[in-house]
Design a protein around this ligand. Structure first.
Ligand code: NAP
Length: 379
């Protein structure tokens, strides 16, 4: 993979990217909570309820824990490794509890009756494979929902993804993790014990930041050429802004039993525009390389053909990862309705910051998962 940086980038740089708000089940039970309704102030209101975050060690989960604590919520971060979480600065002020989200009995021991009012789930498969997605985005998240119901919790907030719309539309190119998430969303809607909010973000900043260091090293910014000067467009959202939106749904009655498609404050930038912006921020002349998107068809067809021939689960997964790469190369992750744009931080501000401070490496998002990998690309 490292010998083919731009191709790898094609597959991986956006591999985790994952219409107006839809009110659902208006008749559903809507338990009351302190400080709700009229006095709600986005980014500020705190109902004081007990919040539990699952998937707390992830990119968004950590930000959610920090935001919940900042607002004044008594916050529990569930993690599969207490020792690892204890070293995490963003958990300051939260109670760290170890539990296995894949094991209902482990969760039952943690979700004691009356111990939780609100659950925020930021659980997500680390790989995006079918098996992992159904194990985590569906089953483990469902385990948390059942544990929350048994504990008498009031509200469940689910971090989902804008692209789940493809599974809803049954697009021929819809992805397995989108179906897993859709199945989980359906379970949430079916139950009536708790209210819920499904938040479907467009794209995270980490998903559109992976090329900054290589561009800084002199390489071109790679984008996928859809023809006629087009490339996929998105308005990504920062992790603190998304965390604030997720926490807002605890007190904001207008978000109850609803899906909230959510992007950041930008108007939307195509991949080419992102490349130009990165160059501008770094003070370099714009240098982009358009890769015809048809390359993905070749890769997907080859891998799927080999998977079918050899009946190989590994090759099947590889084909799915290639489909994920193709999906984000083609599909816009863009919200335009003002009610679906949230937060303050623009992509330019984000690039300006990471150009100075560097960025947290995420081995699950891009090939640039470590400083060593970045250095090898620069050579
Ligand atoms: N990336 C994007 O641009 C984008 C855009 C829109 C929506 N989304 C959606 O956002 C989600 C990804 O969010 P993220 O980037 O914050 O996720 P992430 O960083 O990958 O974090 C995933 C969380 O799930 C936990 N987890 C995964 N497998 C587990 C297992 N087997 N047992 C226990 N815990 C497990 C992880 O725990 P450990 O730390 O212990 O592994 C971690 O806390 C996905 O659902 C994606 O579809 C992403």
């Amino acid at each position: 993979m490292l010998q083919l940086p731009h191709l790898a980038l094609a597959l991986l740089v956006n591999s985790q990217l994952h219409p107006a708000r839809v009110a659902e089940h208006p008749a559903r039970r809507a338990p009351s909570a302190p400080q709700m309704a009229a006095s709600f102030v986005p980014g500020e209101t705190c109902t004081g309820e007990k919040v539990v975050v699952v998937g707390s060690t992830g990119y968004i989960g950590k930000a959610v824990v920090r935001e919940a604590v900042r607002r004044g919520y008594p916050t529990v971060a569930i993690t599969r490794s207490k020792a690892r979480a204890a070293a995490e600065k963003k958990f300051e002020g939260a109670t760290i509890v170890e539990a296995d989200v894949c094991d209902p009995s482990s969760l039952a021991a943690v979700f004691e009756k009356g111990s939780v009012d609100v659950v925020v789930s930021c659980l997500a498969s680390r790989s995006g494979s079918k098996k992992d997605s159904y194990a985590i985005d569906y089953q483990a998240t469902l385990n948390c929902l059942e544990a929350a119901r048994a504990a008498g919790a009031r509200h469940f907030v689910l971090l989902s993804a804008f692209c789940v719309k493809s599974a809803e539309r049954q697009d021929s190119y819809a992805l397995q993790f989108q179906y897993a998430k859709k199945a989980m969303e359906e379970k949430l809607r079916e139950q009536e014990d708790m209210t819920y909010t499904i938040v479907r973000p467009t794209a995270f900043f980490k998903s559109v930041s992976g090329q900054l260091e290589v561009v800084d090293g002199g390489a071109p910014f790679v984008y996928f050429d859809l023809g006629n000067g087009k490339s996929a467009t998105c308005n990504p959202i920062s992790e603190p802004d998304l965390a604030a939106a997720l926490i807002d749904t605890i007190a904001d009655e207008s978000r109850r039993n609803a899906v909230w498609n959510l992007g950041g404050p930008d108007d939307g930038l195509s991949m080419q525009q992102q490349g130009d912006l990165v160059a501008e921020v770094l003070g370099k002349p714009p240098k982009t390389l358009g890769v015809p998107v048809v390359i993905f068809d070749v890769i997907v067809n080859f891998l799927q053909g080999a998977a079918d021939l050899f009946k190989s689960e590994k090759l099947e997964e590889a084909a799915e990862f290639a489909r994920i790469g193709r999906y984000y190369a083609i599909e816009d992750m863009l919200t335009t309705d003002p009610s679906e744009r949230y937060g303050k931080t623009t992509l330019r501000e984000h690039y300006e910051r990471i150009a100075v401070e560097g960025q947290e490496y995420d081995p699950y998002t891009s090939v640039f998962g470590s400083k060593e990998a970045v250095e090898s690309f620069k050579k």
